[in-house]
Design a protein around this ligand. Sequence first.
Ligand code: NAD
Length: 296
Amino acid sequence: MSAIIIDGKAIAAKVNAETAAETEKLVREKGVRPGLAVILAGEDPASQVYVSRKVKMCGELGIDSRKILLPADVSQDTLLGIIRDLNNDPAIHGILVQSPAPKQISEQAVVRAIDPRKDVDCFHPENVGKVFLGDLSGFLPCTPWGISVLLAESGISTAGKHAVILGRSAIVGRPMAALLLAKGAGGDATVTICHSRTKDLASFTRQADIVIAALGIPRFLKADMIREGAVVVDVGINRIPAPETKTGSRLVGDVDYEPVAEKAGAITPVPGGVGPMTIAMLMKNTLRAVRMAEQD
Ligand code: NAD
């Protein structure tokens, strides 16, 4: 058996086309153009790439963006002051601070300083709490939401399925569990979260109908760890040395792709799987932010 390859690029393009159409309608009917502020402190090359992609996508979809670049030694007070100004700026509907923040900055302080109605990353405890209580009407966590859309668009129901998540981070593993546990479409799953202290992890993944790998360890999930026909979602983005390529490195996921694809029922590739969905869902959250500003 060979797995269905879930095409994240194509599904993200469809989501983005909907966002562009909704944005255009919002401008035409209400004269409101969504605005996203993206703050980057420091010069981490990967963060610079992520920020450029987000800003570029805003431009493609008709969303205004404001890129705020700060030096690596920016003080927490300065950053919090900038966030406060953006909270009060009616042209800005969404605010995100690219992580990782420099070490003198508390990421928790930053997250809590953002007005929950502008928290398009869905990191504020108020928004996270809503999601964990099963209220999906507000912002949704971008990467997990993107995974839910990938599954839905591929005709994969989660209801009654056993989903095993590898990784318990606040950005991926935990909020993924919340979405899968929620009642209704995209939820109703039985969820297991495995992490670095889990004993005999393969005994869980072998029972899974759906495995979501989000650990950040290149090719961690091997074919003998899944059952025949399982759905495998690879969240990992790992750069590994590849002397045969021009750049000397290449991207791999957390799944040992080729052998797992032979055995799985469906699989997301890296790149071109979960990655494009994360930005697409961020753009959708920015549209939701306009709706939230209207509710004031
Ligand atoms: P993280 O480092 O915050 O968390 C990793 C998790 O994996 C931890 O909870 C840890 O307990 C668990 N873990 C580590 N070693 C383990 C082991 N041996 N066995 C079981 N569990 C183990 O990472 P994160 O932010 O959740 O990201 C995970 C991966 O997903 C990274 O490669 C990251 O680059 C990628 N990522 C991709 C996207 C995307 O849009 N595609 C978004 C976010 C993160």
